[in-house]
Write a protein that binds this ligand. Structure first.
Ligand SMILES: [Fe+2]
Length: 366
């Protein structure tokens, strides 16, 4: 017997992650969407200082967000952990110091729009460089999975193992901004100064003039991408497993969520900068740009761009496969979708004085 529980109620642990967040004394936000991560109420966070909140979106506990605010001139206490964590800066400017136990420290400066990978189990500490303004950052993580999987916080947060294959101070230019472009629209990098100006690649599978770059950062097994939908267009709908978090970083529009064969379940979610959506398992979803200028998003999702989970990259990214109703990432092309979607979109554009840039259906080629 591992413990002293005498009743099933005391013995059964529904979620070690939810228990962890409760013990942190900060809010846990649930649902499929949050309107504005930049103004989301946070609470004082004793463990690291500053204020924080966590999410449990898309009815899953594999991936989650941790939203953190650092007061002016403030800093967080250092930590290290056996889960992947990628930091995005929503507001303010500051720096993160990163080091492996016993090695020299390295400092990376960031500001709004920066994306920084925290190497697995490396120490990291964040500082606010402003004397007047708080800064607000979010961490996209697989912390929920790690805490539920090991259900031992000492293992997750106090583990002496150093992943020197992932990061060491001898890896010069680890946080250089350049990165390397691989095929399949993949950028390998550990720091991007501003993802709002990152150059993206064409991705005709998901809609007219849609662009994307998949990111492989700090050898994580977590996937990420930045994508953009040009003014007057929208992305076609697709579905996959739960856990993806799509965060708007520029522009405005709305999201449609719908379960297969249940058109009555279609939900419309308004989107603006720092809205986040997270569809549940196999729920169709699509992003529609109704604003002036581009609509750009940052997504955290399963399956890393370099370290995958057994899926053949060539197959899942091919247009033919995504038209197969049984495929992993089945895609509803413009020709296949409910005509009401496009009709409503045109009405929304008219309301905002935006001209559609979508070609007529017969010219889109799916
Ligand atoms: Fe998706």
């Amino acid at each position: 017997m591992a413990d002293k529980a005498t009743s099933f109620k005391d013995w059964y642990v529904k979620s070690s992650y939810q228990q962890f967040v409760k013990d942190e004394g900060v809010p846990l936000y649930e649902g499929s969407a949050l309107e504005d991560l930049a103004s989301l109420p946070l609470k004082d966070w004793e463990r690291r200082g500053g204020k924080a909140a966590y999410t449990r979106l898309g009815n899953q506990e594999n991936y989650n967000l941790q939203i953190v605010e650092i007061p002016p001139k403030g800093q967080l206490k250092p930590e290290h952990h056996v889960y992947d964590s990628i930091m995005y800066v929503m507001k303010g400017r500051g720096a993160t110091t990163i080091w492996q136990e016993g090695e020299p420290k390295q400092t990376v400066e960031w500001e709004e729009g920066s994306l920084l990978a925290i190497p697995l189990n490396a120490w990291h500490q964040e500082f606010n460089s402003s004397a007047d303004e708080p800064c607000r950052v979010l961490f996209g993580t697989n912390m929920a999975y790690a805490i539920n999987f090991y259900h031992n916080l000492d293992f997750v947060f106090n583990n002496p193992f150093t992943f020197k294959d992932r990061y060491s101070h001898v890896m010069q230019e680890f946080f250089g901004d350049e990165g390397k472009h691989w095929e399949h629209r993949i950028l390998e990098t550990n720091f991007i100064a501003d993802i709002r100006t990152l150059r993206l690649d064409d991705n005709p599978i998901r809609g007219f003039r849609h662009t994307v770059v998949q990111l492989s950062m700090a050898s994580t097994s977590m996937g990420m991408h930045v994508n953009e939908i040009v003014e007057g267009t929208y992305m076609t709908a697709h579905r996959h497993g739960a856990g993806a978090h799509v965060i708007v970083i520029q522009g405005q529009g709305y999201e449609l969520h719908c379960m297969s064969g249940e058109e009555n379940s279609r939900r419309k979610i308004p989107l603006k900068p720092y809205s986040v959506v997270s569809p549940v398992h196999n729920e169709f979803h699509q992003h529609l740009n109704t604003g002036k200028g581009p609509f750009r998003m940052l997504a955290f999702r399963g399956s890393g761009s370099r370290y995958g989970w057994g899926k053949d990259y060539e197959i899942v990214s091919s247009s033919a496969q995504s038209k197969n109703r049984h495929a992993w990432a089945f895609n509803i092309t413009y020709e296949m979708e409910d005509p009401a979607i496009r009709e409503e979109y045109y009405r929304e554009l008219e309301r905002n004085g935006i001209t559609s840039k979508l070609p007529p259906l017969e010219q889109t080629g799916g």
